[in-house]
Design a protein around this ligand. Sequence first.
Ligand code: CDP
Length: 244
Amino acid sequence: MNRAESDKKSVIAIDGPAAAGKSTVAAKVAGMLGATYINTGNMYRAITLAATTRGTPLESPSEKDVEDILRNTSLEYTSSGGSDKILLNGEDVTRKIRAPEVAASVSRIAAIPAVRKWLVDRQRDIASRARLAVMEGRDIGTVVFPDAKWKFFLTASPEVRARRRLEQSGETIEGSTVASVAREIAERDRMDMSRKVSPLTKAADAILVDSSEMTIDQVLDRIVGAVKGDIVPNDLLKKQSRTL
Ligand code: CDP
């Protein structure tokens, strides 16, 4: 490994659009490699829930609204063995943040620069304390850790993504159809890709994984195979498995 390679962060970045299967895959990759799993989408969801709870106008929150939310919010993120837990002002909101109402507003809150800065600082801090971190999101390989050692961009066709989201209980409203969920997902992708700060885009050096016709195991083989076979220094992996 040359010097430039060894200077890179021990982070596996998994970015991609909504409902592409990032959470399932990232959690399993973390479990397989004994790495810390960090779901950054859950953090944006938690801030969105905080805004909803405070009655902030989600269509057009003012700078002051946002400052108030961040000043009055304590966010505690913990992760072990491939699953994470998020406490918002001391309350466990891990389930609540997956609600369709939160999903409907999260992209507007995530477009606010102050929110992103607040969360990205925390994300870097959590990752810097991990020996190896699997981080999933929209901007991990481009903005949060542009020097991540491994970068993947996980995607799937809109229809496949809508079907997968429908199968996740509690994440869509009663009476949802593949077509209605596909529309919601497409709208969120549009907002995430077109925002000014840290838009969703594939890092030039990320490996593209289109999972439309792949099973979870095939996706895992592809990612873990690339990480292990390609560049993970063996001694790092040995250390990881000792900590399991
Ligand atoms: O699970 P799903 O794919 O539906 O989305 P998520 O990963 O929970 O992310 C929810 C939303 O948070 C995204 O649609 C983005 O608006 C925002 N997000 C972001 O802006 N940057 C990240 N690194 C992660 C999520």
